[in-house]
Write a protein that binds this ligand. Structure first.
Ligand SMILES: Nc1ncnc2c1ncn2[C@@H]1O[C@H](COP(=O)(O)OP(=O)(O)OP(=O)(O)O)[C@@H](O)[C@H]1O
Ligand SMILES: [Mg+2]
Length: 452
């Protein structure tokens, strides 16, 4: 950040022109304002330059501008120019935090030197701030994403690096690895963290509703659309728009989404009026989208728009000792919530946790940790026993078919109960495609609304 930047405020055009010329020659990028109010629109906490202002101006004067600047960022250096003999006013300005003041007439070179020193001070302040913010974020991210393996350390560094850009990110990884958590961390540790995080879970949206949900609609756009409604993309303005399970985005909507990503403006269904939206797209998938492109179920142009940056979330089996750390942390959290004692983990439990394959990754491990806490309140059970769901050993005998139905009913009901009726989460726990799960639920007479 070696650029020299000056914001110059003076109501007198000739004075402004000559000062601007000195500074341009000295290598500064100069912005000129004839009114103090204009300057306030340019200044922000990120402003990298120096403010140089005349004191006597009609409307807002230099003293008031100094005070208003301090309320934006008290570390922006302000240098004031006073008329001859205005010493008391200059003293007052210094007391209010001005970096320096100069009395007219002044030596151009002297003025340039003062501004250069102020510029260097500004550079140091900003550098210091960004270092401190990064340090604070790197402590926070360790609390949020548990894991100390090299694979997780790399992942956390990538998140902190990419959080500060505005490029689209594609998060890939097996089911339950923490893709959504990574998306939320990109939001939290980036400059859009004051803006919204709007997540849509593509497989959960009925295909007929998708377009209206994405883009919003006008009143009367279609049967049932009694009121105008904002879509998710509009809701994500100034924030992040997270497309989860992107492979389920209906193919006929893909060109429409591509256009929005290119133009950054949308029209609600039923209207031609374009509205600008400012959002950062982040997508996640556990499907192989290149393959989907080859098979014609996903558009390559959309994929290339969205995967400028790819973050790969490693499967749990590649994270060394992290499984144990995660298991203990989850147990501790559940015990804290339920006010129970933490069950002791035996060496066998530990080696089971570390050697197990965890096909459902962190989500599966989290469920097992929760069940282990709950079931250990009655009697001591190993993690392996909890995993193997010993309650089924005592089921009454019957035909294999009826036993299987009971077994499936119990497992599906448990998964729905755990996730309060959320189909996508239940699908992922049970590792079943949506259609299979739906068919089984209707065959077994399971109604998910029972679990909301
Ligand atoms: N490193 C981690 N530290 C703490 N919690 C984690 C970590 N990774 C995942 N989790 C937790 O595990 C659960 C699953 O994570 P998440 O929903 O982000 O996974 P996912 O990859 O999006 O899964 P799916 O493919 O099923 O959508 C969440 O409850 C999440 O908070
Ligand atoms: Mg997910």
């Amino acid at each position: 950040m070696s650029s020299l930047k000056l914001l110059l405020v003076d109501d007198q055009a000739d004075m402004r022109a000559s000062i601007a010329q000195w500074f341009t020659l000295a290598g500064f990028e100069v912005e000129e304002c004839s009114k103090a109010e204009q300057a306030l629109g340019i200044l922000s906490q990120e402003y990298t330059g120096v403010l140089l202002s005349d004191i006597k101006m009609p409307g807002m004067d230099g003293m008031e501008l100094l005070q208003r600047t301090a309320s934006i960022d008290q570390d922006i250096p302000v240098i004031l120019i006073t008329g001859h003999g205005d010493v008391p006013m200059a003293v007052e300005a210094m007391r209010h935090g001005a970096y320096d003041f100069l009395e007219k007439p002044f030596e151009p070179q002297y003025l340039v030197d003062v501004v250069k020193r102020a510029q260097e001070k500004r550079r140091l302040v900003l550098e210091n701030r960004s270092l401190r913010a990064r340090l604070a974020n790197s402590t926070d991210i360790h609390r949020k994403l548990i894991g100390e393996s090299p694979a997780m350390q790399r992942l956390k560094e990538e998140i902190l690096d990419f959080a500060h850009t505005d490029a689209p990110v594609m998060i890939t990884g097996e089911t339950g690895t923490g893709k959504e958590l990574v998306a939320r961390a990109l939001h939290e540790f980036g400059p859009r963290n004051d803006g919204p995080f709007v997540a849509i879970n593509c497989p959960a949206v009925p295909e007929s509703m998708f377009e209206a949900e994405l883009f919003g609609h006008t009143a009367g756009a279609f049967t049932g659309a009694s009121k105008a409604r904002q879509g998710w993309i509009e809701a994500a303005d100034k924030g992040i728009f997270f497309l989860d399970e992107l492979s389920s985005l209906p193919i006929h909507l893909q060109p429409k989404l591509l256009r929005v990503l290119q133009e950054r403006e949308i029209a609600r269904v039923g209207s031609n009026k374009m509205t600008a939206v400012d959002f950062r797209p982040i997508a996640a998938t556990n499907a192989d989208l290149e393959k989907a492109c080859d098979e014609g179920t996903f558009r390559q142009d959309l994929l290339y728009r969205l995967n400028t940056v790819e973050i790969k979330v490693p499967p749990l089996r590649n994270r060394e000792q992290d499984a144990l750390l995660l298991f203990e942390t989850f147990e501790q959290t559940f015990c804290d919530i339920n006010g129970t004692d933490m069950p002791a983990l035996s060496p066998d439990d530990a080696s089971f946790i570390l050697s197990h394959d965890w096909p459902g990754n962190v989500r599966q491990l989290k469920n097992v940790a929760e069940r282990h806490v709950i079931r250990n309140q009655k009697r001591r059970l190993s993690v392996r026993e909890v995993m193997n769901n010993t309650e089924f050993e005592t089921t009454d005998s019957g035909s294999l078919k009826s036993m299987m139905d009971i077994y499936e009913t119990v497992l599906i009901r448990q998964a729905l109960k755990r996730h309060k009726g959320n189909i996508a989460e239940a699908m992922s726990d049970l590792d079943l495609p949506r259609r299979t799960l739906n068919e089984k639920m209707s065959k077994l007479g399971i109604d998910r609304s029972e679990f909301f």
